[in-house]
Design a protein. Structure first.
Length: 284
C-alpha cells in the first residue's frame, strides 16, 4: 500500500470514529512512523510502506480511533515552539495557553530587573514555567503542583528544554507548597476551571485521558480562583502582576471576585477565537 492510499484509508477510518481533522491526524501519525517531516509525505505519495511500517501505523490509528489524544500517542506536543512531553498525569497544553505564557514573558522582560521572580501555580506539564525560563534566562521561576506525578513530567520537560537548573519545582497543596518568605514579580496560573458536572460532556480525548484533578473546578468551576483571589496578593511584589486563564463565560464572575478582594483588574484578554480567556490583575 502506498503512502497516499494508507492516508486515505486511515482518514476514512478516523472519520467514522468521529475524530476531528482526520486527514491531518493521519498524516501526523504517518510522519511519526516514517520519521519524516509531515510535508515530505507529499513528495512520497507513491512510496510503498513496508509491512512493519503499515503495522505500526495501523496500531497508532487504532489508538487514535479510540480517542486517545494524538499528543499521548506521539508522546509530546509543541508549546511556544518547545517540545513538551505529555501523558495521563498532565493536561495536554492548549494552543490558547501560549498567549498566557507570552503575556508572562513579555511582562517579565519589561520589568528590567536583574533577576525577576515568577510563580507558576499548578504547573502540570511545566509548559508555562519552562517557556518563561527559556524566554527570560535571568528569571527565577518556581513551579508548584499538588501532583507528584505531574512534577515528574514537568522536571523531565525542563531538562529536555535546557532549563532544568533554572526552574525550581515544589509539590504541595495551594500556597502551602511555597518556601517561607516567597515573593514574586509575576504569578501566573492556568488552574482547573471546568464545573465538575460538565466533565462528563467533554470530548473523549479530555474526559477520558486528562487527569480530572487538573480539570475539576468545583460546582461552578471557580473554586481555585476563590483561593487565588484571597491569598495570592500576599506573595506579590510591589508593581507585580497576576495572570490567569479561565473558562468560557467566567469573566464577569472573576472580575467581581477579584475586585472584592481589592485587586485592580488591568485587562481581560481574548484568545485566538475572540473568547474572553485571560485575566490580568494587580495590587495598588
Amino acid at each position: 500500500m502506498t503512502v497516499l492510499e494508507v492516508i486515505q484509508k486511515s482518514a476514512e477510518f478516523l472519520t467514522r470514529k468521529g475524530v476531528e481533522s482526520p486527514r491531518l491526524q493521519t498524516e501526523l501519525l504517518l510522519a511519526h512512523v516514517l520519521k519524516l517531516p509531515r510535508m515530505k509525505l507529499y513528495l512520497n505519495f507513491e512510496r510503498q510502506l513496508t509491512s512493519a511500517e503499515a503495522d505500526s501505523l495501523r496500531e497508532l490509528v487504532k489508538r487514535r480511533g479510540q480517542r486517545e489524544p494524538l499528543q499521548h500517542i506521539l508522546g509530546a506536543t509543541s508549546f511556544c515552539g518547545l517540545e513538551i512531553a505529555v501523558n495521563r498525569n498532565v493536561l495536554v497544553p492548549r494552543p490558547e495557553t501560549e498567549l498566557l505564557a507570552e503575556a508572562g514573558w513579555q511582562f517579565l522582560a519589561s520589568r528590567n530587573l536583574a533577576s525577576p521572580t515568577c510563580l507558576d501555580f499548578g504547573t502540570g506539564s511545566g509548559c508555562i514555567a519552562i517557556v518563561l525560563a527559556v524566554k527570560c534566562p535571568a528569571a527565577r521561576v518556581l513551579a508548584t503542583d499538588v501532583s507528584p506525578e505531574a512534577l515528574v513530567v514537568a522536571k523531565e520537560n525542563a531538562a529536555r528544554n535546557g532549563v532544568g537548573g533554572k526552574v525550581q519545582f515544589a509539590c504541595g497543596d495551594g500556597f502551602a507548597a511555597l518556601p517561607a518568605d516567597s515573593y514574586f514579580d509575576l504569578i501566573i496560573s492556568n488552574p482547573p476551571y471546568i464545573p465538575n458536572a460538565e466533565i462528563v460532556s467533554l470530548q473523549p480525548e479530555v474526559r477520558d485521558f486528562d487527569p480530572h484533578g487538573a480539570l475539576e473546578g468545583g460546582v461552578d468551576g471557580l473554586d481555585f480562583y476563590r483561593l487565588l483571589a484571597a491569598e495570592a496578593g500576599s506573595f506579590l511584589n510591589p508593581c507585580g502582576k497576576f495572570m490567569l486563564e479561565f473558562g468560557d463565560g467566567q469573566a464577569s464572575a472573576l472580575r467581581e471576585m477579584f475586585e472584592a478582594q481589592k485587586w485592580i483588574v488591568e485587562a481581560v484578554r481574548e484568545d485566538y477565537t475572540q473568547r474572553q480567556r485571560f485575566l490580568i490583575v494587580r495590587r495598588d
